[in-house]
Ligand binder design. Sequence first.
Ligand code: HEC
Length: 124
Amino acid sequence: MTSKNRQQTLLVLIVVVAALVLGGRMRGAGAQEEDQFPPGSEEYIEMGCYQCHGYDGNGGGGPRLAPDPLPFAAFSSVVRRPPNVMPAYSPKVLTDEKLRDIYEYLESIPDPPDASSVPALSEE
Ligand code: HEC
């Protein structure tokens, strides 16, 4: 290898390393944004509740869970021992702490706006 070639190789190496380092930083920034999801929503998604109850708890295959979720005692008893087709979540799969987090997420979902405040719904 000539010394010019060696210099070029070194330059390429520096550029590649710099790109990796900067790329890593940017991914780090993305991870920070992920942390901005509402508390408990990640557990809600991770446990698959959204598949039947919708991302914001407004129902789908299963009943609506939010806004105004059931009182916690009733809520947790359904999750642990569902009455019908919903799969049961034992504390091994879904810890009490995660269940609390999910409940707090559902509690944090705001009421929808009143129908009269939506112009398209009040027009004749
Ligand atoms: C496979 C679909 C499915 C998944 C996944 C699922 N559910 Fe359900 N859920 C249902 C159905 C259907 C019902 C109605 C009761 C029944 O059939 O057991 C229900 C009922 C409920 C109820 C009672 C609601 C009411 O008003 O009576 C709660 C609370 C609930 N689910 C919470 C959860 C949570 C929390 C998760 C995630 C940990 C979850 N569900 C995952 C289908 C599902």
